[in-house]
Design a protein around this ligand. Structure first.
Ligand code: GDP
Ligand code: MG
Length: 440
């Protein structure tokens, strides 16, 4: 599993404060495997890993973030960059109508994506016309007509005897005469890349001079996306892509291949069979999906934003000296709360995402009990837990004040001492300050 790979990668870097040539290769091996498992094509993976290596070496670790997380951040950022950084919108055409040509294999989702785009443009207040230029499958024209009715967008078609390029040209003429804003040309695909399909695409392209040639790619085809993109881009020339069927369980590695091979952006993703299931493509989200590790980066960002560096350093020192006391504990709790719920936070930590809700609930309940006990302590007791250890009468008072039994208070005290020991160990091993050593 992918997130497991990254846990391994992170483990390989634990205890280091800089990503170096020595330690980066172990982690990169995991990245390589993870990307291959996400169905990124081999040549793209090789290139990518080399680039990450160059960027990662020498990357300093931000205080409060360990090298493993820093490494993941570098990988993530590189993925985002390779996929174009930000969302690429449809070409801003000065022509009226602007023309979008749909390309791709049979079954990729071209006709569906044509209608999705029709709806998308209509919602923006534009007037699109869809053209049915797939004359090979008898049902193809009906399919587009049905979708057109659903979204209330007009569909242009001619008889099946007409040539696709003539249909496209007639559609363009109609759109010009009737003041349509955008022409969306749906085309036929084949089961595989073939010469005839490419030649037909080239003829249609010449007939309508498109602003956009969008390659529609089924995300489930995985590694084959690279060859497919290469073929279409060489023969027809694409300006972007639509990655479909991301509602399935594909990891989306095709996105990386398409972009790397063609240099053209993914513009939209399809996330379902319904006409509404179209979303602008966002590289950050796809990078997270490809890495398959939930929201680790969100955690890194939060850690950077919320943990005051000075506080973190002071805590670190206290861990090391084992002078961490109950008032520090309360401070830590507040820091953690500002970073979100404990449950949400734990799930973002690599390796912690397997914690089930029951475990989280009992962990949170325990923290609440401890907070209540701390609330019943005097200031002296909070800063010197030894006082409590030495005097049973103090423990009894705290128990009574917080609604617990003396036995429960004894247990918390024992756990706290254990936690101190653990923190001391962890802080010398370079854990993330503010995260370490929850009791229980
Ligand atoms: P075309 O041959 O390229 O025109 O492909 P179609 O648009 O006819 O789609 C082929 C099949 O894939 C149809 O059953 C669609 O409903 C389905 N499909 C298209 N896009 C998506 C998507 O984003 N998610 C899912 N789950 N199915 C899709
Ligand atoms: Mg079709």
């Amino acid at each position: 599993e992918l997130s497991a790979r990254f846990e391994d990668a992170v483990k390989g870097l634990r205890g280091e404060n800089k990503i170096s040539e020595d330690n980066v290769d172990i982690a990169l091996k995991q990245v390589r495997r993870a990307l291959l498992e996400a169905d990124v094509s081999l040549s793209v993976v090789k290139q990518f890993v080399q680039e990450v290596r160059d960027k990662a070496i020498g990357a300093e670790v931000v205080r409060g973030v360990n090298p493993g997380q820093k490494f993941i951040e570098v990988v993530h950022q590189e993925l985002v960059e390779v996929m174009g950084g930000a969302n690429s919108p449809l070409a801003d055409s000065t022509k009226k109508p602007s023309v979008i040509l749909m390309a791709g294999l049979q079954g990729a989702g071209k006709t569906t994506a044509a209608a999705k785009l029709g709806l998308y443009l209509k919602d923006k207040g534009l007037k699109p016309l869809m053209v049915a230029a797939d004359v090979y499958r008898p049902a193809a024209i009906d399919q587009l007509n049905t979708l057109g009715k659903q979204i209330n967008v007009e569909v242009f078609s001619l008889g099946k005897e007409s040539k696709p390029e003539d249909i496209a040209a007639s559609g363009l003429k109609k759109a010009q005469e009737e003041d349509f804003d955008t022409l969306i040309v749906d085309t036929a695909g084949r089961l595989q890349i073939d010469e005839e399909m490419m030649n037909e695409m080239v003829r249609i392209r010449s007939a309508v001079d498109p602003d956009e040639v969008l390659l529609v790619v089924d995300s489930m085809i995985g590694q084959e996306a690279a060859d497919l993109t290469r073929a279409f881009h060489e023969k027809v020339g694409i300006t972007g892509a639509v990655l479909t069927k991301l509602d399935g369980d594909s990891r989306g590695g095709a996105a990386l291949s398409i972009r790397k091979v063609s240099g053209q952006p993914i513009k939209f993703i399809g996330t379902g069979e319904k006409v509404e299931a179209l979303q602008p493509f966002h590289p950050e989200r796809m990078a997270g999906r490809i890495l398959g590790m939930g929201d680790v980066l969100t955690l890194v960002e939060k850690a950077q934003k919320e943990v005051e560096i000075a506080d973190a350093e002071q805590m670190q020192r206290k861990f090391q000296e084992a002078t961490f006391d109950f008032s520090d504990f309360v401070k830590q709790m507040r820091l953690i709360k500002r970073m979100g719920s404990l449950g949400g936070l734990m799930k973002m930590i690599p390796g912690m995402n397997k914690i089930d809700d029951g475990m989280l609930k009992s962990g949170e309940d325990q923290l609440k009990r401890i907070e209540a006990m701390i609330g019943s302590m005097t200031n002296a007791e909070q800063t010197q837990p030894e006082l409590l250890a030495a005097q049973p009468s103090r423990r009894k008072r705290v128990a009574f004040g917080s609604g617990h039994t003396p036995v429960e208070v004894d247990k918390v005290l024992a756990d706290f001492q254990k936690m101190r020991g653990l923190m001391k160990q962890m802080s010398s091993g370079g854990g993330l300050p503010g995260m370490g050593g929850f009791p229980g």
